[in-house]
Design a protein. Structure first.
Length: 435
């Protein structure tokens, strides 16, 4: 069978899961070429169609492939930390079939040529589908708006300065006003930069370790300011990696008031707290920092009540040269592509969310937010699928991760939920097909 043109494939003996429709039932699914042609509870009970390749799921879950709306892919410019190919391998091993890269590359993604480069390179590699955001301001400098209309035409899904906050209120106001007039999405890293000069969460632990702290108010103040600007402009606004209890409360109130705001968090912020820093463990140095246990619980509550719309990996690969340093000097960030699904499933195992609710945060919700044809089982849709065993236990070992960088905050943790097969446009891309 040619790699570019898969034939008919029948997925039998599956537990079909589709958060978009609420489907959770034993059944089967049929793909032809790049698309889903049929799926239903009880499908293939009388036997699979003649001439189709048979994939026996063995009772495992068959769901839409995951959509990761926040990953740093490092290409172009820092391929020694990650590349489209290494990120693609890690993504499909984690059941991710679509991911969106931040624009903080070198060069910065602030012109049409760079947006088009990303799409072209990702297509050539043929693993997870790669989309991109574009810079909100030229050079991510936070001063002059980028050519937003042209970047949107070139394929940018939304506009953000990546890991930098758009700190100037007038610049943010102009950006939101322009975005509102064209119904574009603005994504903010909500952190007041003049307050966010420390190395970890401010508090008793930071004081004990002798480390400078980043107060929770850095996130809170920026979100409160931005909600005022959203109310002024009527723009669509998305807060990335929310990490504080008050941050969740601000967004909950804004949604209740009818503002067009959404937000995401990352597995780090609902599964870990600041104690993970331990004895200066730089793999736990993240931006925003791991917070106190009360904040972690508030993030779980925000996911449970729907205030937090999406879970994203917040994949931020850093190499040994930038992580194996004294804590104050080490770079921020942790990898997260291969652990996105199993750590999200902790919310199910702990009773915070149902399986469909948890999957919704990593499939339908990010796809709908970004206008992607992904994240749901639908006849005629691209056959982007994941087969996984939600109970299978394994231990995260950073050195065995497929990312070029190995900086996983979950290194050494026990998790449940293992990807068995990942399918992109009807092609099995994990496990890698035999050559």
């Amino acid at each position: 069978m040619g790699i570019g043109a898969p034939g008919r494939v029948a997925y039998v003996n599956a537990r079909l899961l589709d958060p978009a429709s609420g489907l959770d039932a034993p059944g089967g699914l049929l793909t032809e070429g790049e698309h889903i042609v049929h799926f239903a509870p009880g499908l293939f009970d009388d036997g699979p169609p003649v001439g189709a390749e048979i994939v026996d799921c063995g009772g495992a879950c068959l769901a839409p492939g995951l959509v990761d709306m926040r990953a740093q892919l490092r290409e172009p410019g820092q391929e020694h930390k990650e590349s489209f190919k290494s990120a693609g391998r890690a993504a499909v091993a984690g059941g991710i079939t679509s991911m969106v890269g931040l624009p903080n590359t070198n060069p910065v993604i602030d012109d049409e040529a760079t947006v088009e480069f990303v799409a072209r390179r990702a297509r050539l590699i043929g693993l997870a589908k790669v989309f991109t955001y574009a810079a909100a301001t030229k050079g991510l400098a936070g001063q002059e708006l980028a050519e937003i209309g042209l970047l949107r035409q070139a394929g940018a899904l939304a506009f953000t300065d990546g890991v930098k906050a758009i700190a100037d209120a007038q610049v943010m106001r102009r950006l939101l006003a322009y975005a509102a007039s064209h119904d574009l999405l603005v994504i903010q890293h909500p952190e007041e930069p003049s307050l966010a000069t420390g190395a970890m969460n401010a508090g008793e632990l930071a004081t004990r370790l002798g480390l400078s702290g980043i107060p929770r108010e850095a996130e809170i103040i920026m979100l409160e300011r931005d909600m005022r600007l959203v109310a002024m402009t009527g723009a669509r606004y998305h807060a990335a990696h929310v990490s504080t209890a008050e941050g969740v409360a601000i967004l909950r109130k804004a949604k209740a008031a009818g503002l067009r705001v959404t937000c995401d968090t990352a597995p780090f912020y609902f599964a870990l707290n600041e104690l993970e820093v331990g004895e200066y463990r730089t793999f736990a140095k993240l931006s925003p920092p791991l917070r106190a246990e009360e904040d972690r619980r508030a993030i779980v509550a925000g996911l449970a009540d729907g205030t937090i719309d999406v879970i994203a990996s917040d994949h931020c690969p850093q190499d040994q040269d930038t992580k194996r340093l004294p804590f104050n000097l080490a770079e921020f960030g942790g990898i997260g592509l291969e652990t996105l699904l199993p750590v999200t499933l902790k919310l199910v195992q702990n009773g915070a969310l149902s399986l469909l609710e948890a999957l919704d945060r990593v499939t339908r919700a990010p796809a709908d937010l970004l206008g992607l044809e992904a994240g749901r089982l639908r006849t005629g849709a691209p056959a982007d699928l994941v087969v996984f065993d939600p109970e299978a236990p394994w231990k995260v070992v950073a050195d065995t991760m497929r990312s070029k960088s190995k900086n996983s905050p979950f290194d050494g943790h026990l998790v449940q939920g293992k990807v068995i097969r990942t399918v992109v446009d009807g092609r099995t891309v994990f496990p890698e097909p035999a050559r």
